[in-house]
Design a protein around this ligand. Structure first.
Ligand code: FO1
Length: 333
């Protein structure tokens, strides 16, 4: 019998609020909440705008990890253990690449290779990434709208005590070992928001910042969409006149998955849900933190607070958090 944590917000099915949501998502954590929202909302009421800063060219292929993690998760195709890549995967191609002396530290499965090979072919033929994503979603039976944040390439570079590293080099090859000193996003200045992003945000009742890494998964999206708390000098900030709600990816000072807490510590910031709320500054109308961090809610200056169980260990957990979140969003409208 698994111990069911009860969220402290009571809701009955009748009180579930259906709003039109734009979710900003990065890797695994973002994909899980997007999947939760997809279980609650009609498909036409959910648009997911995904970080592409983790993308890179590898083995001659264009790899888009966060887009693939969101799509595989929404399609029910994702590897449940890792959160990324495909379920029931085989590894024959990468094993034979390794045997030939090729590069194999980035684990690409046989089914996953098809995505990268076909995406690379289409991009080479000039098809925009958003169009490739749209057609892949149709092929995978995904009815929600999934958009890369931009059709122009943006590459997250991690500045470390060993110099600058491309994101996947830092995250996968170096296992997030080097000490982080800062980040930059190559290409961000010239990157236009993907077509449809502004309209989706305009049509939405609220924008949800998923529990993704604020530094390397969410910031690139906020920068490209010019949703930053203080509009960027180089681009008139998008006047966002609807609630933005963020879900903390840090619970009890730790990240569920990934290096966000380590990054905070190395940047000299105490890793906590508080730090995440301050990271998003005055952009937020609401903030969602876990029951474990209830005591932090008094120090939070961001708008309204929802304290609930934010751990998503199962598909049902994802739907439960999404339901709590939608009810919370409803209270902000
Ligand atoms: N993450 C790893 O830690 N190790 C891997 O070998 C790895 C391979 C991989 C292949 C395809 C893909 O879409 C994602 C993959 N990831 C891997 C995750 C990837 O590094 C993402 O950037 C993270 O999920 C962070 O967003």
């Amino acid at each position: 019998m698994t111990s069911q944590k009860t969220s402290n917000s009571t809701h009955s099915p009748s009180s579930t609020v259906h709003s039109r949501i734009v979710a900003l998502a990065g890797g695994v954590g973002g994909a899980k909440l997007a999947h939760g929202l997809a279980q609650i909302l009609p498909p036409e009421d959910l648009t997911v705008i995904v970080n592409t800063g983790d993308d890179f060219e590898h083995l001659g292929l264009n790899i888009c990890p966060d887009l693939d993690t969101v799509c595989y998760t929404l399609a029910g195709l994702a590897n449940p253990e890792t959160g990324w890549g495909r379920q029931n995967e085989t590894w024959n191609v990468i094993a034979n690449i390794e045997r030939l002396g090729g590069v194999s530290w980035f684990r690409l499965g046989d089914q996953d290779f098809a995505t990268h090979i076909e995406r690379t072919r289409r991009l080479k033929e000039g098809e925009p990434l958003s169009q490739v994503t749209k057609e892949f979603c149709a092929a995978w039976g995904i009815k929600q709208t999934v958009l890369p944040m931009s059709d122009s390439p943006v590459r997250t570079i991690v500045d470390t005590d060993e110099g600058e590293l491309a994101f996947q080099e830092y995250f996968v090859h170096r296992h997030c070992g080097p000490r982080v000193k800062g980040f930059r996003f190559d290409g961000i200045e010239g990157a236009q928001p993907v077509v449809g992003a502004a309209e989706a945000i305009e049509a939405a009742d609220a924008v949800v910042i998923c529990p993704s890494n604020p530094w390397v998964s969410v910031d690139p999206i906020l920068r490209v969409l010019a949703l930053t708390p203080t509009p960027l000098p180089e681009r008139e900030g998008q006047k966002i006149n609807k609630p933005v709600v963020a879900v903390s990816p840090i619970i009890g000072g730790k990240t569920v998955k990934g290096p966000a807490a380590k990054m905070y510590a190395e940047l000299g910031i105490e890793p906590s849900a508080l730090a995440v709320a301050e990271h998003y500054h005055d952009l937020l109308a609401g903030f969602v933190l876990d029951n474990q961090d209830k005591q932090l809610s008094d120090n939070l200056k961001t708008g309204k607070i929802l304290v609930t169980d934010t751990l998503m260990n199962s598909t049902a957990d994802r739907a439960r958090l999404a339901k709590d979140l939608l009810q919370f969003v409803g209270s902000l409208l």
